[in-house]
Design a protein around this ligand. Structure first.
Ligand code: COA
Length: 532
């Protein structure tokens, strides 16, 4: 295979400026990640500990195989909203007793672990990840149920959680509930729907209605333990399959359940030959342009991401604004599509279409590295059929059945987001680098378009056009779109699965590839490769 030779000048001014910009972005990211980790804050964490309970992240850490990595997802969910960043839960992919699985832990220090609209999106997303990649699910339950003030936004769609859990069981994807605390009302259906339920003595409270509600409904006087304690459920109702004496015991039992699953991944194993790249991934920070408008060569990124920096480029002389080719990451074969110079023309679209079809023929997962301003506009391009060519690419992406992994490196604008396997095109996992922007178009362009439309409308109806008001409005809209394009804003709304440090790209892709290989890896059948 051809080996990429880097042309990066690590001593230059541009490199230094790019690196400084990325480091500043990473500082901002770290700050927010710390906030997410702090959950409900010092006071609630302290109270939780005083009750002899472990924090959500401590439970996860104890459950995971010692020293194994955890790929946390949607860490900044709800960032910048009225809800606590992290959305009162921790989700991710990790290894328990040698089994790669999805973990979902409520954070009871944030409003009693109650689920708000962002927690719901985060939950549904991680369950989708589990289902599409065939990953067993472990729920670490301790939640006040629905966030009551926002019940209208979550009650109806929230039913989907139980639907997903039971559909997963039907698909023979194991589901486990470790109940550490409150799991009442709708929440009771989590242990109710899971294949395995473990309840912690004196802590688990699993009932449809607590003592006050029961009193109101039937007049019966009862208490927590007789309605939903671990002792009652393991001896009387049979809801609990396992009685845990304490939290650590529940985690031990959870690990034992996983070890008895007789679990086998369905995808092919990676090649044991997976040499590190020839260049230091740390240098990625100096490659990503500080100015979004300045393109950078994705081969420089690949040289620091793929095994042995080996990259077998496909059609290198055609449609050169998109780089396509074959490589391996941690021993897994991949096809890569990476934007080079922003815009997608007809040639790039046709090249991408063929390449995606080829990857489906050989059951090779695809990696999309986004840095695109979208498909080319203008009379000659329209006349040249850019819509049809872009449609071919989007069609190929939509109907491709090999796993897709997408990373927004710097920009993802317009239909380029669709063609490069954005969220709506079901990449199995999708991440962004901290400086990445995403929107229907650039902020200045969008504000300018609105201004032109306003001017034309005024002219058509004979109204005077207020230049001053227009300028102010333009500024306002530009600032609004700029803020909405920000990677934090995007990840807060679950339009990706998290922001990652660019230096971790190889590791994150390696873990993601390992996770997607839990399921069968097979391309679309029924068509050959259309030569465009
Ligand atoms: N919706 C919104 N906020 C909630 C909530 C819910 N379902 N459950 C708890 N909170 C809030 C509390 O109001 C409190 O806020 P504050 O600290 O600003 O006053 C905070 O979360 C912590 O709650 P607190 O009751 O002090 O914590 P706890 O650890 O002692 O008890 C629960 C936690 C979950 C057992 C208890 O709050 C509870 O029973 N909540 C209601 C559960 C329920 O009936 N849910 C409806 C199910 S659909």
């Amino acid at each position: 295979m051809a080996v990429i030779r880097s042309a990066l000048d690590t001593g230059g001014e541009v490199y230094r400026a790019n690196r400084a910009n990325q480091l500043a972005l990473l500082d901002r990211l770290d700050e927010q990640l710390e906030l997410a980790k702090a959950g409900g804050g010092e006071r609630y964490q302290q109270r939780h500990r005083e009750r002899g309970r472990m924090l959500a992240r401590e439970r996860i850490e104890l459950l995971l195989d010692p020293d194994s990595p955890f790929l946390e997802l949607s860490t900044l969910a709800a960032w910048g909203t009225e809800f606590t960043v992290g959305a009162a839960e921790v989700t991710g992919i990790g290894v328990v007793s040698g089994v790669e699985c999805v973990l979902l832990a409520h954070d009871p220090t944030v409003r009693g672990g109650a689920m708000n609209p962002y927690s719901l999106r985060k939950t549904l997303r991680v369950l989708e990840i589990a289902r599409t990649n065939r990953l067993p699910v472990i729920n670490l339950v301790e939640s006040g149920g629905a966030d009551l003030p926002s019940q209208s936004d979550i009650f109806v769609p929230g039913g989907r959680i139980f639907h997903e859990l039971t559909a997963m069981s039907a698909a023979r994807i194991p589901t486990v509930a470790l109940v550490f605390g409150n799991s009442t009302a709708g929440g009771a259906y989590v242990p109710g729907m899971c294949d395995y339920a473990v309840l912690v003595d004196q802590r688990a409270k699993v009932f449809l209605g607590g003592p006050p509600l029961v009193k109101m409904a039937t007049g019966e006087v009862s208490d927590d333990e007789s309605l939903g304690g671990a002792d009652m459920h393991s001896r009387v109702s049979g809801l609990a399959d396992y009685f845990a004496v304490d939290e650590a015991d529940a985690i031990r039992i959870g690990r034992e359940i996983m070890s008895r699953l007789n679990w086998r991944k369905l995808g092919p194993p990676p090649s044991p030959h997976a040499p590190a790249p020839n260049y230091d991934p740390d240098e990625i920070l100096g490659i990503v342009s500080a100015d979004v408008k300045v393109p950078f060569d994705p081969r420089e990124i690949l040289a620091r991401t793929v095994d042995g920096s080996e990259f077998d480029e496909y059609k290198p002389r055609y449609g050169t604004a998109l780089v396509t080719g074959w490589a391996r990451i941690h021993g897994y074969p991949v096809g890569v599509l990476a934007n080079h110079r922003g815009v997608l023309f007809s040639e790039e679209s046709k090249k991408a279409t063929e390449f995606i079809l080829l990857a489906n023929q050989t059951d090779t997962p695809l990696i999309f590295l986004q840095n695109t301003t979208g498909y080319m506009v203008g009379a000659s391009y329209e006349q040249g059929g850019i819509i049809k060519d872009g449609a071919k690419m989007i069609n190929a992406v939509a109907n491709s059945e090999v796993p897709h992994l997408t990373i927004n490196m710097a920009s993802s604008f317009g239909a380029g987001n669709y063609g490069m396997s954005g969220r709506a095109y079901d990449p199995r996992l999708m991440f962004a680098w901290p400086g990445a922007r995403l929107a229907v178009m650039g902020a200045a362009q969008l504000a300018g378009v609105l201004s032109i439309v306003g001017r034309a409308s005024a002219k058509a109806t004979g109204r005077p056009f207020d230049e001053e008001k227009d300028a102010a409005q333009r500024q306002f809209i530009e600032a609004q779109i700029e803020a909405e394009s920000d990677s934090f804003y995007v990840t807060a709304r679950l339009y990706d699965d998290g922001i990652i440090d660019p230096r971790d790209t190889r590791t994150v892709l390696g873990m993601s590839l390992s996770a997607v290989h839990s399921n069968t890896v097979a391309g679309r059948r029924g068509f050959g490769v259309f030569r465009m």
